[in-house]
Design a protein around this ligand. Structure first.
Ligand code: SF4
Length: 417
């Protein structure tokens, strides 16, 4: 298990709930409904159109915990709504404070018992910069990509989240903020899962976020991160500038990226960067590249130079994030001096670089750790076998040998994006 920050309160009481332990609640989550769908439902039930607006208002601006508390609606309508929809798809949520209460990690239990995480980070106002509240959300329960430095990757894939399950992570955070008269300022799809493998629902969620009638968050305040689903990136390019695109690059050399981001075996890094470049050219929006830095693995001068060469001349910004240690890997985060040196070499190629020493580890490699904690730890023998496999794979990659293991995403699956 990972080392915990000293101010963590070990208070999570959610029961371990692996998949297939509960029947899934088939009622759609109400937040996943577009205004037109809600109006159609109201009409179908003989209700005036303003009832749909009252429901939207309660869902997106209210502090109620269920339809029963929406007192602007008559009791029979509340009952009808409760029979048709779930007011909140988060069956249970527990919050853990870290980082001197500047970070809130939420573990959400879904109706079928699966666990997903969201992380709310508070950035106090500083000279020239306003106060910000950024939420990192999950798009899938588990993840098929299987990056070895990520706790979610170790959990494997469970299922795609529904649109409402994505949005209700945001509503839960907004309710907590509203209690202190604060508002969510940024949303990043960088939690559990690969957003572009659940693209339809992610796009529906972004539409709801953008919609002034619903959440009303500007496109510039939304970031979608991908480990490199090329067809999905192209699809986003065709849609135009809707949000910031981030690429989890982690290595610029294919043998190493095959190991660190197994999706690279399907779409090599040059293809990913080419698709991202087209996106930047078409939308005029700078691409963010995230690189989790692992000591002695992807933090060498050769890695910095390969990254600089790959991105030279592009509309790009690189975020360097020292790895947050996870139990099943033998790796640790790169020391500060190494990260600084790496940053300087990339900057020398004219590329903007930001180092995220503190808060970055709270979202990137840290995702999935709470869920993993609840689902029980693998035995020491299993951990040892995984570590040996990772050491062998990364040693071969560092010699420049590409792995012969297949991509975690099967042929044809990329079409879902
Ligand atoms: S880093 Fe992202 S893409 Fe990779 S396994 Fe974790 S959640 Fe999936």
């Amino acid at each position: 298990m990972t080392t915990q920050p000293p101010d963590v309160t070990p208070s999570f009481g959610l029961r371990p709930a692996p998949s297939a332990t509960r029947a899934r609640d088939e009622r759609p989550g109400v937040s996943g409904l577009a205004p037109g769908e809600l109006e159609a439902w109201a009409k179908e039930h003989g209700l005036p159109g303003y009832r749909a607006r009252q429901v939207l208002d309660a869902v997106w601006r209210g502090r109620q915990a269920g339809f029963g508390e929406v007192l602007t609606l008559p009791p029979p309508v509340r009952e009808q709504l409760g029979e048709a929809f779930r007011f909140d798809t988060m069956a249970e949520t527990e919050v853990r404070l870290t980082d001197g209460a500047l970070t809130e990690k939420a573990l959400h239990r879904l109706s079928d018992g699966l666990l997903v995480e969201s992380v709310l980070m508070h950035y106090p106002a500083r000279a020239g910069a306003r106060e910000r509240h950024t939420l990192c959300i999950s798009s899938q329960a588990g993840c098929a990509v299987g990056c070895p430095f990520c706790a979610t990757g170790e959990l494997g894939m469970e299922r795609d989240l529904e649109t409402a399950e994505i949005l209700d992570q945001i509503r839960a955070a907004q309710r907590r903020l509203a209690a202190d008269d604060k508002h969510l300022t940024n949303v990043v799809f960088m939690g559990m899962g690969e957003p572009l493998m659940n693209l339809e629902r992610v796009l529906e969620a972004i539409e709801a976020l953008n919609d002034p009638v619903r959440f009303g968050l500007g496109a510039r305040h939304i970031t979608v991160s991908t480990s490199g689903v090329v067809p999905g990136i192209r699809r986003l390019t065709a849609l135009g500038p809707q949000f910031t695109l981030a690429i989890s690059i982690h290595a610029a050399r294919n043998p190493l990226r095959d190991v660190l981001v197994p999706l690279n075996r399907r779409w090599p890094v040059e293809e990913v960067v080419a698709a991202a470049r087209e996106h930047a050219q078409a939308t005029g929006r700078r691409i963010t590249y995230e690189l989790t830095m692992i000591e002695g693995i992807n933090d060498t001068d050769a890695d910095a130079d390969a990254l600089a060469e790959l991105l030279r001349g592009d509309l790009a910004h690189v975020n360097l994030i020292p790895m947050n240690q996870v139990a099943h890997t033998p790796w640790t985060g790169s020391p500060a001096s190494v990260v600084e040196r790496f940053a300087e070499r990339v900057r020398a190629a004219g590329i903007a670089v930001t180092i995220r020493f503190n808060r970055g580890t709270e979202i990137g490699a840290a995702c999935g750790q709470l869920a993993a904690e609840h689902l029980g730890q693998p035995t020491p023998a299993v951990v040892q076998r995984r570590r040996e496999r990772i050491v062998a794979q990364s040693a071969a990659a560092l010699r420049g040998e590409r792995t012969s293991e297949p991509s975690p995403i099967g042929a044809g699956e990329g079409g879902r994006a």
